[in-house]
Ligand binder design. Structure first.
Ligand SMILES: [Zn+2]
Length: 203
């Protein structure tokens, strides 16, 4: 430890260290953010700290669709305005944000929390596939839209799901047309996503 550091600097170092662990934040950005927060009004840093703490305290997963929510079941699963005959299956909660932003899809969702990735030891039992299948049992759903990412893992997962869902007599479609291969849904723009939803094809 550098003896020349004043005690306050230790707190800055700790914050830089924690910020640096966030995705997309390198050491330089972490440093910049830490010094920015140091200069920011106390009220602003307090709000940020409280937001981070309540994130873990208040946010739970919906026991039906596994999206993040503050009330279980989530507002989408509870809503009378959603088309309950369609379920769009996505990898992450952020994918729902992207799809909802287009305003075109009115069905339900199911979040898998990952994709089948054998290279990382993630199999079908490690994501919410069992839970999806039990949702599809009651016959109320007539279309399953595979909204996994258009990359290798997403395609593998879509293929696996299709083999399980098709025999249930449910129409299986894939949300992929217009989405360039190798991308993630979360980063697709509204126009591309709208086209992908409208142009979904039998899978
Ligand atoms: Zn839900």
């Amino acid at each position: 430890m550098n003896q020349n550091l004043i005690p306050a600097a230790e707190a800055i170092n700790k914050l830089i260290q924690e910020l640096n662990r966030l995705p997309g934040i390198g050491p330089k950005s972490a440093q910049r953010l830490a010094y920015h927060l140091l200069r920011a009004p106390g009220e602003q840093t307090k709000l940020l700290a409280e937001a981070i703490i309540s994130l873990k305290k208040k946010v739970v997963l919906c026991s039906t669709c596994f999206n993040v929510t503050e009330s279980d079941p989530c507002p989408t699963c509870r809503s009378d305005e959603r088309d309950r005959s369609k379920i769009c299956i996505v990898e992450q909660p952020q994918d729902i944000l992207a799809l909802e932003h287009t305003g075109i899809y009115k069905g339900l969702y199911h979040v898998l929390h990952g994709a089948i990735t054998p290279t990382e030891g993630i199999g079908a039992d490690d994501i919410k596939i069992k839970e999806l299948l039990s949702r599809l049992q009651d016959g109320s759903v007539n279309e399953a839209i595979l909204g996994t990412n258009p990359n290798l893992e997403g395609e593998q997962t879509a293929m696996y799901l299709s083999r399980l869902i098709s025999p249930l007599g449910i129409r299986v479609t894939r949300l992929a047309r217009g989405l360039p291969f190798g991308t993630e849904l979360e980063y697709a723009d509204d126009v591309t996503l709208t086209r992908a939803i409208e142009g979904r094809q039998e899978f």
